[in-house]
Design a protein. Structure first.
Length: 277
């Protein structure tokens, strides 16, 4: 009787979560699939998905892939040494330094990007300071470089935390054993640190690459709506064109990249070692 009551209590406690999943995950996904595979009359079609092959959509997709790849590499290059420094200094997960990296994630995404727009615009803060110092002004706003900068700034914590988390789980005795066997710093990094931190690296890469690929806010604000990424194309199909079928079809194409990222995490991070949250 007691076990039955405990089982019923668990089911009741899981009820709100199940309702949340149904209302905000399953139903929206079902609608995307339905609209993506039908035309405006409701008839089945693959035209919406195959529209990704049109020149303008292919251009937007390749540009998105390129900028996402560059921003992911930059995040990895910045995050790995930083995570190693934090780990070697025995910085705890509740320390002030880690809090500094988590803090931007608590701020509104739009406000963070608007701040960079204010800094980078031609009459912005940075050019004002450069003018006072009689230095050449920067013209980064409305360029791919500004979009990459915005991606790196917004998504860098998603690379640092998984790598930091997995590095903290590496036993110091393993590192000391490599050094006792004559390995120098670079050999230890290449043959010990790096292989053992692969789960965190894969987790960080997917957590940066996927949102960078699908973003449209950063390119709208820092690209001045002059640089169209695939996220911008989809957003315009929904908002300006009112073409839910086309927008949903293109969204299904992007879901392929999300599924690939989930498969990579499942393969290389089976125990959730790279989870930074």
């Amino acid at each position: 009787m007691r076990r039955r009551l405990e089982s019923m209590n668990k089911k009741l406690l899981s009820g709100p979560y199940i309702l949340w999943m149904i209302g905000f995950t399953i139903i929206p996904l079902a609608l995307i699939v339905f609209y993506g595979l039908t035309d405006k009359s409701g008839a089945f079609t693959l035209a919406n998905v195959l529209s990704i092959s049109t020149p303008e959509h292919i251009k937007a997709l390749w540009l998105s892939l390129g900028l996402s790849f560059v921003s992911t590499i930059i995040c990895l290059v910045l995050a790995y040494p930083l995570a190693m420094i934090l780990r070697n200094r025995n910085v705890g997960s509740g320390s002030f330094i880690v809090f500094i990296f988590i803090l931007p994630m608590w701020m509104n995404f739009l406000l963070r990007t608007l701040a960079w727009q204010t800094l980078l615009e031609k009459a912005g803060v940075i050019n004002g300071i450069l003018g006072m110092l009689h230095l050449p002004k920067q013209n980064l706003i409305n360029t791919p470089g500004a979009i990459v900068l915005g991606m790196v700034y917004n998504f860098l914590p998603f690379m640092v935390l998984p790598i930091y988390n997995v590095l903290c789980k590496i036993d110091d005795n393993t590192i000391n054993a490599a050094r006792d066997l004559g390995a120098n710093f670079f050999q230890t990094l290449l043959w010990v640190w790096f292989p053992l931190s692969v789960p965190g690296i894969i987790s960080g890469i997917t957590m940066v690459f996927v949102p960078a690929l699908t973003t449209f806010v950063i390119s709208n604000l820092l690209g001045g709506s002059k640089i169209l990424l695939i996220g911008n194309v989809i957003e315009q199909e929904f908002t300006k064109g009112s073409n839910w079928n086309m927008g949903s079809g293109l969204s299904l194409v992007l879901m392929i990249f999300i599924l690939i990222s989930m498969a990579l995490i499942a393969k290389y991070d089976k125990n959730g070692e790279g989870s930074g949250f």
